[in-house]
Design a protein around this ligand. Structure first.
Ligand SMILES: [Fe+2]
Length: 209
């Protein structure tokens, strides 16, 4: 190949941030972990969840204010990097999945960013798998070589203290669980609900197409 000047753009990236909260005190989580009421949930095969669909008042992180404050700092950091208006941690819950369980593919409706936090992890558990959002458009791309562009699912390997922040619209799941999984998940909402600004920005994009 002769020397040909080339520019390449990785357009429309999907930022997912991992924060290591392993150094923070989790005693308030240890204290309530086994007192939280959980029940069957359609997405958590063989496991249970404290998720309450109608936004009930029993939010997990409201019972752990110190760690919620740390998570909020991370949300602020991630949201700022993405150019968002301020976001607040809102609805939160925990999922408990035993070995052999599974988390079905899903998104988090009604939220901007979402998070998964693994405060207590004493053994290896299944990776959190994010699905390439462009996958559904790639109907004729048959990959012969390994490349980041050939990725359908990207694995994030949990470790004790890991906090993962991701866009709420990004599909994610696990395969069959290989350990005892305890994860605290949450959604976010705009602090000032400045929907006019958001709506106007969206309209501009639409009208310029
Ligand atoms: Fe989720």
């Amino acid at each position: 190949m002769p020397h040909i000047k080339k520019e390449e753009f990785n357009l429309f990236p999907t930022p997912v941030s991992c924060y290591n909260l392993g150094a923070f005190d989790i005693s308030e989580i240890v204290d309530i972990k086994d007192t939280i009421t959980t029940d069957d949930h359609a997405l958590v095969e063989n496991g249970t969840s404290s998720f309450i669909p109608d936004c009930g008042k029993e939010y997990f992180l409201d019972k752990t204010p110190k760690i919620k404050e740390v998570i909020q700092m991370c949300v602020n950091d991630h949201a700022r990097a993405l150019g968002f208006d301020e976001l607040d941690v809102g609805q939160s819950w925990c999922n408990k999945t035993p070995k052999g369980g599974r988390l079905d593919l899903h998104i988090h409706n009604g939220s901007v960013l979402s998070g998964a936090y693994y405060p207590i992890l004493t053994e290896e558990i299944a990776p959190l798998l994010f699905r390439n959002p462009l996958y559904l458009y790639k109907t004729m791309e048959w990959f012969k070589y390994h490349s980041e562009y050939a990725t359908v699912f990207h694995p994030v390997e949990p470790y004790q203290g890991l906090l993962v922040l991701f866009p709420s619209w990004l599909d994610h799941k696990t395969e069959t669980e290989i350990g005892e999984r305890f994860v605290v998940s949450f959604n976010t909402k705009y602090r000032d609900s400045n929907e006019t600004l958001v709506s106007n920005q969206y309209d501009k994009v639409q009208s310029s197409c």
